[in-house]
Structure formats: structure tokens, C-alpha cells
Write a protein that binds this ligand. Structure first.
Ligand code: ADP
Length: 224
């Protein structure tokens, strides 16, 4: 069963949509032999700092070891579970086209389809989310340093996801390689945008399901 690769700018709402897709597919596969997995940086405890090139010398950037190690961990986690009975949602930046190609080939090797779910969001909107997270972290540091303890659970932030350092965030946006549905590895391509309401998201998930698991789905042959 398919490998669903999310892609989008940092803090564009990928994990939110990945969870919605997970809920949608959980309902769809209930009572079938299929299993569902959600693999992400968070599920593998990969820090946002691994993508940070600001501390890496310019000549060594293409070999950024921490990001390479993170990709190896993600690749291993996907490979371990991907099969014709397992659906894998890969929530992450997945911003390098060569990396998406590699994942596509991995899926093909186990004769299962892959597809891309692109999370569309303006740069400004995504940046606002990261800045809110940075402000939240700053407030937490100040709170820790102050004499007034805050034990009230209502003061605890509801969003606890790690923020990107501003230079890391900017650089990831710069490095982002948009999916191209004309290529084998970026297709089929489905897109959900920030403003899509529940109904629109469901329609997109319905078409995604139809393409990867419906009656008309493409059968993967080893030599394709
Ligand atoms: P990413 O996984 O790309 O870093 P998240 O899914 O963690 O992004 O979303 C970042 C923040 O934006 C979260 O606080 C989330 O609740 C909010 N968010 C995400 N998508 C939407 C949306 N479509 N509409 C409103 N808020 C959203």
C-alpha cells in the first residue's frame, strides 16, 4: 500500500494535515487487512536544528552530516514498514527532489505506489507561525528566569512543537524544491492549501485514496 510523501515549506501546516489524513485513512481502512503508519521528524525525535546550515562552513554544506543522518533514519523507518499491506504517511519537509525520487524508487521496489501531498501555504503565513513559536519559547525562558512561578496548567502552551531558528527557516525556504507533477516521482500530486475547509480537504483525500487504493489504481510492475 502506498507511501504518501508530504512536502511543503517549514511551518506551513504539514503535521496538521498529516494528522487529518491519518484520521481519514484510519476510518477508511477500518475492518480491512491494511495497516497505517505515520513517520515524522517528531516520531523519530529529529530536531529542527539538523537542517541548520548556519553553523556549517559553506564548502561543507552539501555534506551536512546531521541532515544526512536524519534522512538515513527516516529512510530506515519508512523501509521497515512499507509493504503491500502498509500505508505510510511521511510527514516532513521532503524538500529535495532527489530525496523524493529515492523514496519513490523505494516504494516501487516493494511494488507499492507512492504519491505526493503538497501543503500549500504562503511564505508570509508560514513565517508568522514560526515567529509565534519563537515568541512562545522566548516567553517561556523569561518565565523561567522570573521569580513568579506559574504552575497553572492553563498557562502551558498548547503548541509545543520546536521552532526553527530564523536563519534556518529562511534557508529552508530558499532550498525548497517544489514538486513537479510532470515527473514520475512527484506524481500523482495532490495539494491542500492553508485555507481549505474540512469539505475541500475531504475531497482531496477522497481523490488521493481513489488514486492509490481505489478500483482504478495503477498496478505497479517491477519494470515500470
Ligand atoms: P508544520 O508541520 O509544517 O511545521 P504544523 O502543522 O505544526 O506545521 O502547523 C503549524 C501551526 O499552524 C500549528 O499551530 C497549527 O495548529 C497551525 N495550522 C496548521 N495548519 C493550519 C490551517 N490550515 N489553518 C489554521 N491553522 C493551521
Amino acid at each position: 500500500m502506498p507511501l504518501i510523501i508530504l512536502t511543503g515549506l517549514p511551518t506551513s501546516g504539514k503535521s496538521t494535515r498529516a494528522k487529518q489524513l491519518h484520521d481519514y485513512l484510519t476510518a477508511r481502512i477500518a475492518g480491512t487487512k491494511y495497516r497505517l503508519h505515520l513517520v515524522s521528524d517528531d516520531s523519530l525525535s529529529i530536531s529542527r536544528t539538523v537542517y541548520d546550515l548556519s553553523t556549517v562552513p559553506v564548502h561543507a554544506r552539501s555534506a551536512n552530516a546531521s541532515e544526512k543522518n536524519a534522512r538515513a533514519a527516516i529512510y530506515g523507518a519508512v523501509k521497515r514498514v512499507l509493504s503491500d499491506k502498509d500505508i505510510v504517511i511521511l510527514d516532513g519537509l521532503n524538500y529535495i527532489k532527489g530525496w523524493r525520487y529515492q523514496l519513490h524508487c523505494e516504494a516501487k521496489a516493494v511494488r507499492t505506489p507512492s504519491c505526493i501531498l503538497q501543503i500549500g501555504c504562503s511564505k508570509e503565513r508560514a513565517q508568522q507561525v514560526n515567529e509565534e513559536r519563537l515568541r512562545r519559547d522566548e516567553a517561556a525562558v523569561q518565565q523561567e528566569g522570573s521569580d513568579v512561578p506559574s504552575d497553572s496548567p492553563s498557562d502551558a502552551p498548547s503548541d509545543t512543537t520546536e521552532a526553527y531558528a530564523p536563519a534556518n527557516w529562511e534557508n529552508l525556504v530558499f532550498r525548497h524544491e517544489e514538486p513537479n507533477p510532470m515527473t514520475r516521482w512527484d506524481s500523482p500530486l495532490f495539494t491542500v492549501i492553508w485555507d481549505d475547509d474540512e469539505e475541500q480537504v475531504k475531497r482531496t483525500f477522497d481523490s488521493l485514496w481513489e488514486a492509490i487504493a481505489g478500483e482504478g489504481r495503477k498496478v505497479i510492475k517491477p519494470n515500470q
